[in-house]
Design a protein around this ligand. Structure first.
Ligand code: DC
Length: 225
């Protein structure tokens, strides 16, 4: 049996996870958030007192690391690190930066590739990340590159952090967004870029509902629903 796959790539704050989750619910597909997997590795590095950019130290940690995902009744993805549910912990601001740094290490990317591909071998999936359409699932049935202006993405991230009770400074969030964009798109290994056969969706001027409608339109056409 072959399964269908939808790849959604783009920079942080473009709305990938919210939109992919909603779309997955509507289509009955499994939603796989690959950023969460990199975040778990970033969190592990921080917890072990390692510098997330220290390639040798991070690679040495990998064999002893147990990174796993599990789906609750509601089909929401939970991340586990060495048996502990870290779904909430990986959302902390400092973990975003650590995830971006460990994700630039080619050995980390190779290590996590099989885990990501396995989801698509066993389920209809909507997978979001930075290199899903280019590297993880180059044969995906639908590829979408979701983006928005950096200021819009920073504003969304800022609103998300404050809603969660985490103090934030908009200018700092914008600088972080720009720094992560630069690092994610300029790394040597699987940089963030639009696959040639991906449909570009810019959500700068779109509300959440409008973005969802646009994605649904693209998916319907490509999957012939
Ligand atoms: O989507 P996110 O912000 O949760 O991702 C966290 C970091 O992980 C991000 O800076 C880039 C990296 N990442 C990646 O390199 N490849 C992916 N497929 C997903 C995320």
């Amino acid at each position: 049996m072959t399964y269908r796959a939808i790849a959604i790539d783009g920079p942080s704050g473009a709305g990938k996870s919210t939109l992919a989750r909603r779309l997955a619910q509507e289509l009955g597909f499994l939603y796989v958030d690959t950023g969460a997997i990199y975040r778990a590795v970033g969190l592990a590095a921080l917890r072990r007192g390692l510098s997330p950019g220290d390639e040798a130290a991070v690679l040495a940690m990998l064999p002893s690391l147990r990174v796993a995902t599990a789906y609750a009744e509601d089909r929401l993805q939970h991340m586990y690190l060495d048996g502990e549910d870290v779904t909430e912990a990986i959302r902390l601001h400092q973990v975003s930066d650590a995830a971006s740094q460990v994700s630039a290490i080619p050995g980390v990317r190779d290590h996590l590739l099989a885990l990501q591909r396995r989801f698509a071998q066993e389920n209809d999936v909507i997978m979001d990340g930075r290199d899903i359409g280019t590297v993880v699932l180059p044969q995906a049935d639908v590829k979408i590159f979701l983006t928005a202006r950096p200021e819009t993405r920073a504003r969304r991230r800022f609103d998300e952090l404050t809603a969660r009770g985490q103090p934030a400074d908009y200018q700092q969030v914008l600088r972080d967004v720009e720094e992560r964009d630069y690092r994610d798109s300029h790394r040597a290994s699987a940089p963030l870029r639009q696959a040639e056969d991906a449909v570009l969706v810019d959500t700068t001027q779109l509300s959440l509902e409008e973005s969802l409608a646009r994605l649904y339109e693209v998916v319907k056409e490509r999957l012939k629903l």
